[in-house]
Design a protein around this ligand. Structure first.
Ligand code: SF4
Length: 271
């Protein structure tokens, strides 16, 4: 695993030394009072590292990129963004060291409280931006069977190829609508969609994720998230779900393509 094998991220100019924090995981503020949840974050979607390299940590983001909660609010505070960029830089510049540190860190006693299991949410922002990065996580997950990991992802093709055939028992994942691979999500697969509000979510027969983030791991097939209270995003989303908006965007793209191709030439009639 090395930088040049990681797509979607330019490798020039030369990287500055990555920051190596003592602990890589941060505790999540969660509505689930009885459980401590830890999280690993990357900067959401596309940007530029302080050393000038560009990145895209969500290569299959679709309409979600304009409605993303992790590209607004506190996620844009310079210290928060910098810390997430440091995480990415560490993965890109020293993937083996990062993997070793993460694996070793998960043995620390703070992740092994008496009487309950530790949960780690991989990515409250960002996604599995390359096969090599996903494989690193799968090794980490397999080497820490006493910890439960969970994730939402829009990398449907990658997961169908690399995770679904032999998914670790301590890894829960679900596909998240609003990406360019929505059409690959098989009916009946665990998924999550973002709704304008709780009422719309309940009307569609979905279960809200709001009472506990762990519903991402243990919730039913149809999980819903009410849109964050960010006025600009709410306006853009209107009364639609991410799934519906992505479907409409795909239809528009197909129509534009068809228009560019022009009318299909008529076949000569046989008579
Ligand atoms: S994939 Fe997730 S983190 Fe990335 S842009 Fe979409 S909503 Fe944001």
């Amino acid at each position: 695993m090395n930088d040049t094998s990681i797509p979607e991220v330019s490798t020039e100019p030369e990287a500055a030394a990555p920051t190596r924090p003592r602990f890589l995981l941060r505790e999540m503020r969660s509505s689930c009072a009885t459980q401590r949840i830890w999280k690993w974050s990357l900067p959401a979607f596309a940007g530029r590292l302080p050393d000038g390299r560009t990145y895209n940590t969500c290569p299959s983001a679709g309409i979600c990129q304009d409605l993303c909660y992790a590209r607004a609010g506190t996620y844009r505070f310079s210290n928060v963004l910098r810390s997430h960029q440091n995480n990415l830089q560490y993965v890109l510049d020293a993937p083996r060291e990062w993997e070793e540190q993460m694996t070793a860190e998960l043995k620390h006693r703070r992740y092994h409280p008496q009487g309950s299991r530790t949960h780690v949410r991989i990515h409250d922002s960002g996604d599995y931006f390359s096969a090599e990065y996903l494989e690193a996580w799968l090794r980490i997950i397999r080497s820490t069977p006493e910890v439960v990991f969970y994730s939402y992802t829009k990398e449907v093709a990658l997961f169908e190829e690399r995770v679904r055939p032999d998914s670790p028992a301590n890894f829960y994942y679900r596909y998240s609508y609003g990406g360019t691979q929505d059409e690959l999500i098989a009916p009946g697969h665990l998924h999550v969609d973002v709704f304008p509000d709780e009422e719309a979510l309940a009307d569609a027969g979905y279960t809200s994720q709001a009472p506990s983030d762990l519903r991402g791991a243990y919730g039913p097939e149809t999980l819903g998230i009410p849109a964050n209270n960010l006025p600009a995003q709410k306006r853009r989303q209107g009364g639609q779900t991410f799934r519906a908006l992505q479907r409409a965007a795909n239809a528009q793209r197909s129509a534009r393509k068809a228009q560019r191709r022009g009318p299909t030439p008529r076949r000569p009639r046989a008579d």
